[in-house]
Design a protein around this ligand. Structure first.
Ligand code: SF4
Length: 91
């Protein structure tokens, strides 16, 4: 999700995903209005899940909540992996 946050620069929307490498391919979106709003630019999206089913609400240890098919531990792992791939991308 962190990699899905818009950057404050012109042209970001047209190139989003480039800073995270190639986005995982996903099939057609289901006609479900509650699908994740990050789907089109999420580098850890899951085909058959994120594009078909609304993400569940998850509570974090700090009391925050998020909507995602990944749990907090999975997201931390994916962020570490993406950070290693994109070091310097935000500099
Ligand atoms: S629900 Fe899917 S698309 Fe949305 S942030 Fe989580 S992994 Fe990414």
């Amino acid at each position: 999700m962190i990699h899905s946050v818009p950057e404050l620069r012109q042209g970001w929307l047209e190139t989003c995903g480039a800073t995270s490498g190639t986005l995982p391919p996903v099939g057609a979106r289901a006609a479900v209005p509650e699908l994740c709003t990050f789907l089109n630019r999420c580098p850890v999206r899951i085909d058959g899940l994120c594009n078909r089913t609304a993400p569940p609400r998850r509570s974090l240890d700090n009391g925050s909540e998020m909507l995602c098919h990944h749990d907090a531990a999975q997201l931390i792992k994916t962020q570490r992996g993406l950070a290693a791939q994109t070091t310097g991308a935000y500099a």
